[in-house]
Design a protein around this ligand. Structure first.
Ligand code: PEP
Ligand code: MN
Length: 365
């Protein structure tokens, strides 16, 4: 697929799983210093330090970020921790300033990813500049928009790229601030080979409870790192106070996560190969059965054509849905899966039969 440089090749000494931590916002030089000191004290030094300098707030009136001044404080991080720094850029002037202050890695936030104008504007500033950029998913679960932002950066020569999964806005789901959708980063990885995706549990949960569970899920799915908002006094943070954790808590969390070995680029062991062969065989059988099913569907179609019957009959459809779904549930398949599977099979069946009817119609002159 499109060649790009993975995190280990960014020239910053980073490895995966990449651990990114730091406050939601840079507030004061003392705050930055205190966070760094505590990270050192508890021996929880992230690989990359994050700090929001310009804050895209949903409503005006809350803290909108300290601005350029905060970029100067990044020296404090370099002095105490000697690690690279990442900040969010939301427009061209942010990008210019971040370059001026030699920020090591940029990230584009969810509210910016949705806006191709803003992404392009940032990309133009970065044309020909050698700097890694991480792109958060857009607010809405739109893979094209996410890919589009990565492509805009790639097209101007930014080849050190990664993505960040921070969940999606969902008005109806109160468990999360931004609901995770794990199939989205997996789709992205399928579409763009080698694209690494960092998980941001902080913006997914919006609160401290549940951060660890989200982080563990991300590792189970094979995501490539974690970005966790960290503050020495979370309750007093100027933004996202509810979701930030102390460096000590971060350390506890990271040490209790079961980091899995990435299967990517690895030769599967014998047992895994045997099991996969069994799955291959079952898939072949599944395809044979589907072929047989559609042969019968075509025969039904021919019958409907012969007798001038319509394709769809709602009672029959209801019966198919209900009986198969409950049989599926009895076999420990989820209701959601059964419904999606049946919709998919039924839609294809209806389309095939409608095509049969159309093909049989005399051409009207
Ligand atoms: C942030 O990381 O502080 C932030 C604003 O995140 P998001 O773009 O995911 O809302
Ligand atoms: Mn935040």
């Amino acid at each position: 697929m499109k060649p790009h440089k993975q995190i280990k090749d960014w020239g910053l000494g980073l490895t995966t799983p990449l651990i990114i931590a730091g406050p939601c916002s840079a507030e004061t030089p003392e705050q930055i210093e205190q966070i760094c000191k505590e990270m050192k004290e508890v021996n929880m030094i992230p690989q990359l330090f994050r700090a929001g300098i310009w804050k895209p707030r949903t409503r005006p009136g809350s803290f909108e970020g300290i601005g350029e001044e905060g970029l100067k404080w990044m020296e404090i991080v370099r002095h105490h921790l000697n690690i690279p720094i990442t900040v969010e850029v939301g427009n061209a002037s942010h990008a210019e300033l971040a370059l001026k202050y030699k920020v090591d890695v940029l990230w584009i936030g969810a509210r910016t990813t949705v806006n191709p104008f803003a992404v392009q504007e940032i990309a133009e500033v970065l044309r020909g500049v050698d700097i890694p950029v991480m792109i958060k998913n857009p607010m809405n679960p739109d893979l094209e928009l996410w890919m589009g932002a990565l492509e805009r950066l790639h097209a101007v020569g930014v080849d050190k790229l990664a993505a960040i999964h921070r969940g999606f806005s969902d008005a109806y789901d109160k468990r999360y601030r931004n609901k995770p959708n794990w199939s989205m980063p997996i789709h992205l990885k399928r579409e763009w080979t080698g694209m690494e995706v960092i998980n941001d549990p902080s913006h997914i949960m919006g609160k401290r409870e549940g951060l660890l569970e989200v982080a563990q899920s991300a590792m189970n799915f094979g995501l490539d790192g974690l970005m966790i908002e960290t503050h020495h006094d979370p309750d007093k943070a100027w933004s996202d106070a509810k979701q930030q954790v102390t460096p000590a808590r971060l350390k506890e969390m990271i040490s209790s996560i079961d980091f899995k070995t990435p299967l990517e680029n690895m030769k599967p062991d014998d047992r895994l190969q045997d099991l996969r062969r069994a799955v291959d065989h079952l898939d072949d059988q599944l395809l044979d059965i589907l072929q047989e099913r559609f042969t019968v569907i075509d025969q039904i179609g021919a019958h409907k054509r012969e007798h001038h019957l319509t394709v769809f009959q709602s009672d029959r459809w209801k019966d198919v849905m209900e009986s198969r779904t409950s049989k599926g549930i009895a076999k420990h398949l989820s209701e959601k899966f059964m419904k999606e599977l049946l919709y998919c099979i039924h839609e294809e069946s209806v389309k095939r039969q409608e095509r049969q009817l159309r093909e049989a119609e005399p051409i009207k002159k």
